[in-house]
Design a protein around this ligand. Structure first.
Ligand code: AHR
Length: 332
């Protein structure tokens, strides 16, 4: 129990320092260049990343690579290009290579039990980072480090209900969902819906995936604008889709942030700039700088220590009027 408390305290301390951790650019940091060799005495971490779909993801990758280098952990890095089959392949390769620990951010929530069992049978501990899986068997992984996406959706919904607290008019909402089947898309949708369902003036008139990318966000928003003349609010599950949608709104001759209010999630610098320009009304933060905490957990599970089942990231909500003051200190 005392050991567990010590490990947890260490992780909590890192959580508070994570925001200042990454400052230099070195995309290859911590990587072994794919040689497959395993240096003696060094922990080898196989990390299967989702892809490079968003500014959030780029910041997350950089944080993991820099933290591995700093911690003296050899990182085998694989980019799944948003495809579950690529991630499963990467995990199987890590198992063959006998890495010490596997970490991954699952593209989607379902369909992981078989490969996770293979890792367990090979005696390789698995850490989930950023996104969760829906496996019933919790013994298939050691811990889950990341945000509470339901809470993020709830915060988005809360901002909206506060914003329209004094209005009785119908509020027509369009929703740009993240990658279909992914934990952030499922949970941000659910959290938001739960808050607004209590007030019938809020109506989601269209909801479609934009796959967390700028290009798709723009394309889907163009389609929304064509089929709905009366959109009051856009709820985008991430900043990249919101920024793409803003272009579509402007090209349609409307003012984002005024004619159509924009709610987004993540908190990348570009979104803060858009807030200072009045184009996004609120951003719910989702912190990608998980590298230091991940390395700390990696060391603990490699040493066979007990770690907390869940390590949650602390996050804030930034309405437009706070954006200018917050922008200079944004780290991603
Ligand atoms: O899993 C985190 C989500 O994935 C981020 O909100 C989004 O930008 C990313 O692509």
């Amino acid at each position: 129990m005392a050991r567990r408390a010590v490990v947890f305290a260490g992780i909590a301390l890192l959580a508070s320092t994570t925001l200042t951790a990454c400052s230099t650019e070195n995309p290859e940091a911590g990587s072994d260049g794919g040689s497959g060799s395993k240096p003696k005495g060094k922990i080898v971490l196989g990390f299967a990343q989702v892809g490079a779909e968003s500014g959030w993801r780029t910041a997350n990758t950089k944080s993991v690579q820099e933290a591995a280098k700093k911690a003296g952990i050899t990182l085998k890095f694989s980019d799944a290009q948003q495809k579950q089959e690529n991630q499963i392949k990467a995990i199987r390769t890590f198992i063959q290579q006998k890495v010490d620990v596997i970490a991954f951010s699952p593209v989607v929530e379902s369909g992981w039990d078989t490969v996770l069992k293979e890792a367990k049978d090979a005696g390789i501990p698995v850490i989930l980072t950023d996104r969760a899986v829906d496996s019933k068997d919790k013994s298939l992984y050691k811990t889950f480090l990341g945000s509470d996406f339901v809470k993020e959706g709830t915060s988005a919904g809360q901002w909206l209900t506060d914003e329209y607290a004094n209005s009785k008019d119908t509020v027509n909402i369009v929703e740009l969902q993240g990658t279909t089947g992914s934990a952030p898309a499922n949970d941000r949708k659910a959290g938001f819906a739960e808050v607004i369902k209590g007030d019938h003036k809020f109506k989601i008139i269209a909801s479609q995936t934009g796959d967390f990318t700028r290009a798709k966000g723009k394309e889907v928003m163009q389609a929304f604008l064509k089929s709905h003349k009366d959109i009051d609010v856009l709820y985008a599950h991430n900043d990249d889709m919101a920024l793409g949608a803003i272009q579509a709104i402007e090209e349609a001759g409307k003012q984002p942030g005024k004619d159509i209010k924009v709610i987004s999630v993540d908190g990348i610098k570009d979104a803060f700039v858009a807030m200072t320009e009045g184009k996004i009304n609120v951003v719910v933060e989702c912190n990608p700088l998980l590298g230091d905490q991940l390395m700390e957990l990696t060391k603990s599970v490699a040493a066979g220590e007990v770690v907390p089942e869940r390590v949650e990231t602390e996050e804030g909500v930034f309405p437009q009027d706070k954006a200018k003051a917050a922008l200079p200190s944004r780290k991603y």
